[in-house]
Design a protein around this ligand. Structure first.
Ligand SMILES: NC(=O)c1ccc[n+]([C@@H]2O[C@H](COP(=O)([O-])OP(=O)(O)OC[C@H]3O[C@@H](n4cnc5c(N)ncnc54)[C@H](OP(=O)(O)O)[C@@H]3O)[C@@H](O)[C@H]2O)c1
Length: 236
């Protein structure tokens, strides 16, 4: 049994974030999720936040701290895609994806670090993607944002490591959620052909890795990129 912690997961109303929150609850932690709409799983505290807005992030943290105590584990999971070929991609298509996926994680981590520095303890997990290091046609905006999270985790490790704060990246491959349901069937079939394990993953398979990284057994892992991709990325 790992030490019970106060955990905050962004985008915990559906998909991978919902599964992550469920897994932390199952392991006996105090769990809060941020959501723009809907609710986290039963047993989690749901707070409203938009990760593109620093004030709303600050308010959400204050609410969680008041109800559950200082946030010891933060999972920056909220993310969006706006896939299209480079020639069609507008500045806004690029900037809005980076603002949510990369700057959004920065806002979350910066606010979380206040309490973590004081406590001299913290676990930061950033949800990236296999395409951050592998690349993907039609996802110049998304892949750039997800690659940026690797530099962020490694810099956080160097800056905050001496205070027992770890920062790691989880890089999922193809996970069955609303995000991937939107992809055309032909593209899904093409992906499956390239995945050595020959199947997509469930959100729970990502959630268990995130919970492990935040737990006592992973206390000496920091600045790492952990793939959960059925072999698709092969170390990229
Ligand atoms: N599914 C995959 O195959 C896959 C693969 C690799 C990486 N990932 C990454 O895993 C994470 C979760 O993906 P998913 O598949 O679970 O996606 P999803 O089902 O589309 O859910 C995305 C979540 O992010 C939230 N979100 C989006 N923009 C936000 C904002 N500005 N402020 C606050 N919350 C916001 C959404 O909230 P609303 O419900 O309010 O929109 C939702 O909770 C993402 O970072 C994604 O890039 C997914």
């Amino acid at each position: 049994m790992t030490t019970s912690r106060t955990v905050l997961v962004t985008g915990g109303n559906r998909g991978i974030g919902h599964a992550i929150a469920r897994e932390f609850l199952a392991q006996g932690h105090r769990v809060a999720v941020t959501a723009r709409s809907g609710e986290g799983p039963e047993g989690a505290l749901t707070v409203r936040a938009d990760v593109t807005d620093s004030e709303s992030v600050d308010r959400a943290f204050s609410e969680v701290e008041a109800a559950l105590g200082p946030v010891e584990v933060v999972v920056a999971n909220a993310g969006i895609t706006r896939d299209m070929l480079l020639m069609r991609m507008s500045d806004d298509d690029f900037a809005s994806v980076v603002d949510t996926n990369l700057t959004g994680a920065f806002r979350i981590v910066k606010r979380a670090s206040k309490g973590m520095l004081k406590a001299r303890f913290g676990r930061i997990v950033l949800i990236s993607s296999v395409v951050g290091l592998y690349g993907s046609a039609g996802q110049v905006n998304y892949a750039s944002s997800k690659a940026g999270l690797v530099g962020m985790a490694r810099s956080l490790t160097r800056e905050l490591g001496a205070r027992s704060i770890t920062a790691n990246v989880v890089a999922p491959g193809f996970i069955e959620t609303d995000m991937t349901d939107e992809l055309p069937e032909a593209q899904q079939a093409e992906y499956k052909k390239n995945i050595p394990l020959g199947r997509f993953a469930s959100p729970d398979e990502v959630a268990r890795v995130v919970a492990w990284l935040a737990g006592d057994d992973a206390g000496y892992i920091s600045g790492a990129v952990i793939p959960v991709d059925g072999g698709l990325g092969m170390g990229h």
